[in-house]
Design a protein around this ligand. Structure first.
Ligand code: SAH
Length: 247
């Protein structure tokens, strides 16, 4: 352990990318057993590729992020199953396929700055951070916000910047964003987020009632917006000034 601590300290003097790689390596040595890696591989093949997600960047990101470390220890063995899981505070981490599908729809590349509303466990942000230049993520629940910050730090996701506030009003100082993802169900697309999307930017958001939504993909162009429907889904509520008004 002493050696690992020394390595971590030394790594401060190295370039950011090296430090990030080393931190990830340390935690993966600790907690990412071959068994979890095998489960992750099977998840990507049977749940994600099999349902048509094909972007190699997305598949690689899903192979890399240790999803089991984003859930409570008691649920780790279920982390790679084909369903959402509770993360406390009456919230859930989405099913792996949904995370992959939304990430692919965002068409993120390595130069992009991405905004996520609803950090939750932090898993979706980590998947995006594997691909994007920088991920800004907002959470309105303090416990979840604090837990997610800890895991980003432990895993060395230094390109994720998180904030504790109402995400429906966005993050104006850092706008415009190349991509915006909302991981909670909205009654309608929050106007401030639409305004903070760059021209050429993509937004993915579940829109509908409290009980069921349709996944909308919006592309903002010079001439206006172009919206497509990616299918039915069910998310917890987006609560805030431009979302649902109560818990
Ligand atoms: N992306 C998450 C899943 C999020 S669950 C993951 O990968 O685990 C939805 C989250 O949205 C919850 O944590 C909830 O607290 C949060 N949320 C709901 N309304 C919000 C708002 N207005 N601003 C920020 N976060 C919000």
């Amino acid at each position: 352990m002493h050696f690992l601590r020394l390595l971590r300290q030394r790594s401060r003097f190295w370039r950011l990318t090296d430090r990030r790689e080393i931190d990830k390596y340390l935690i993966i040595m600790h907690d990412d057993s071959p068994r979890y890696k095998r489960q992750r591989e099977a998840m990507v093949r049977n749940q994600i590729e099999a349902r048509g997600v094909s972007d190699p960047k997305v598949l690689e990101a899903m192979r890399r992020v240790p999803r089991h470390l984003f859930v409570n220890e008691a649920l780790r063995d279920q982390a790679y199953n084909d369903h959402p899981l509770p993360i406390g505070e009456q919230q859930t981490i989405s099913q792996p396929y949904i995370v992959a599908m939304m990430t692919e729809a965002l068409q993120v590349d390595q130069e992009d700055r991405v905004l996520e509303i609803g950090t939750g466990s932090g898993y979706q942000a980590a998947v995006l951070a594997e691909i994007a230049y920088r991920v800004y993520t907002i959470e309105r629940n303090r416990t979840l916000y604090e837990n997610a910050r800890k895991i980003f730090e432990q895993l060395g996701y230094y390109n994720i910047i998180s904030r504790y506030s109402d995400g429906t009003i966005g993050w104006r100082e850092e706008s415009p964003f190349d991509a915006i993802i909302i991981t909670a169900g909205a009654p309608e697309i929050p106007k401030p987020l639409m305004d903070q999307l760059a021209i050429g930017g993509r937004m993915v958001v579940p829109v509908g009632s409290s009980f069921s939504q349709k996944m909308a993909k919006v592309v903002k162009e010079e001439q206006g917006i172009h919206q497509t429907d990616l299918g039915g889904c069910r998310f917890v509520r987006l609560v805030g000034q431009y979302g649902w008004k109560d818990d």
